[in-house]
Design a protein around this ligand. Structure first.
Ligand SMILES: Cc1ncc(COP(=O)(O)O)c(C=O)c1O
Length: 385
């Protein structure tokens, strides 16, 4: 069988062996409920609190500022609903961008239905939000600004520090969805100046179903899930101890690997880009090259149907994705690329390649050649057809 090359690490990553090894005892013999008083419970409690410390260290927070969740989607929901319902100051206006992940965008739509007022800011052609537009959008009813740290389709990094200053000067809370950036580049809540930050373990070699929301000390949120007094009454439900142990191990590995991983993978990413661009004409990079995650490149191919290319590449052994989301059987062009002002046919011909610290140079060279051959063949077929 041909070896398969995985270049879809923005969707999810392979769990690291060290992570799985750390988790297994908590699925077998250390199965206690972290709220129980006996030794089984205490063992589980200790593991949960160690995990809190590890995740806190990764993002420069205090352990008590982290609430464990089931992942990025729940963290985003907890932040947005939690602030709206907290009533920390009068108002119901939220500022976000048009290129957020659906975990934020759809939640903002639901908040609108619940009576909130939401401003969806545009981005420029490089995929970035202009902080001046944030300033202009603020009004006396604004209670929250939520802008993602790095985009999941293009990897473009937003000017969160500047937006943080704007929010702080006005006493408005700032949330950032850092699901794509944590573990890939250094992320420090103090330096970013955020009050709330979402992260998810499966994006950096941890297990699926484990994430966290950073809530700056003093910020009051109304909980999304009510029930027991878990997570200091901020998120009810018996802790998923094994998954949190996995999140902990992944956080420690990520911290140890940064920044060497960042520079090594960026070199491979650039090599992939260059080999493809040298191999075929009509290829451009979507979004800012300067402000971008090191692991991802989103490329537009002239005269290519992206979905057909994903299928053909999969058959040839390379896993990538398009910029577009496939919803209810209809192919909708990517809201992120459309939001950057790209023409529909450019969006339809765009592919996302995302690497990880597991990516090897030979794989990248092999994948580049397969992409060149596949795109050449598909363009030839389209011309004949
Ligand atoms: C930017 C961003 N936010 C949120 C999510 C959702 O995270 P999860 O899959 O952990 O629910 C994703 C996952 O693709 C993402 O890329």
């Amino acid at each position: 069988m041909k070896p398969r090359i995985y270049l879809d690490n923005s969707a999810t990553t392979r769990i690291d062996d060290e992570v799985l090894d750390a988790m297994l005892p908590y699925l077998r013999e250390r199965f206690g409920n972290a709220s129980s008083i006996h030794a089984f419970g205490q063992e589980a409690r200790a593991a949960v609190e160690d995990a809190r410390q590890a995740v806190a260290d990764l993002v420069g927070a205090e352990p008590r500022e982290l609430v464990f969740t089931s992942g990025g989607t729940e963290s985003d929901n907890m932040a947005l609903w939690g602030v709206l319902r907290s009533g920390y100051r009068p108002g119901n206006h939220i500022i976000t961008s048009r290129i957020e992940h659906p975990a934020v965008l759809a939640t903002c739509k639901a908040l609108e239905e619940a009576g909130a007022e939401v401003t969806f800011l545009p981005v420029d052609s490089s995929g970035r939000v202009d902080p001046e537009r944030v300033t202009a959008a603020v009004n006396e009813r604004t209670i929250l600004i939520t802008i993602m740290h790095a985009n999941n389709e293009t990897g473009v990094i937003q000017p969160i520090e500047e937006i943080g200053r704007i929010a702080r000067e006005r006493g408005i809370l700032l949330h950032t969805d850092a699901v794509q950036s944590v573990g890939k580049i250094p992320v420090h809540v103090g330096r970013l100046g955020v009050d709330l930050l979402s992260l998810s373990g499966h994006k950096f070699h941890g297990p699926k179903g484990a994430g966290a929301l950073f809530v700056r000390s003093g910020v009051k949120l109304k909980p999304l899930l009510t029930g027991g007094s878990h997570e200091r009454r901020r998120r009810a439900g018996t802790e998923n101890v094994a998954a949190l142990v996995g999140l902990s191990a992944a956080s420690q590995l990520a911290q140890r690997r940064l920044p060497a991983m960042t520079s090594r993978v960026a070199v491979l990413r650039d090599r992939l880009q260059e080999r493809i661009r040298n191999g075929i004409p009509g290829v451009r990079i979507n979004g800012s090259v300067e402000h971008r995650l090191p692991i991802v490149t989103n490329m537009a191919f002239d005269a290519l149907e992206g979905e057909a290319a994903v299928i053909a590449l999969d058959l040839a052994g390379v896993a990538v994705s398009t910029g577009s989301a496939c919803s209810s059987g209809s192919l909708e062009p990517s809201h992120v690329l459309m939001g950057m002002g790209l023409r529909a046919e450019v969006v339809q011909g765009s592919l996302r390649f995302s690497l990880s610290h597991h990516s090897a140079a030979e794989e990248i060279d092999g994948a580049a050649q397969i992409v060149v051959d596949t795109v050449t063949r598909l363009r030839g077929l389209a011309r004949r057809g």
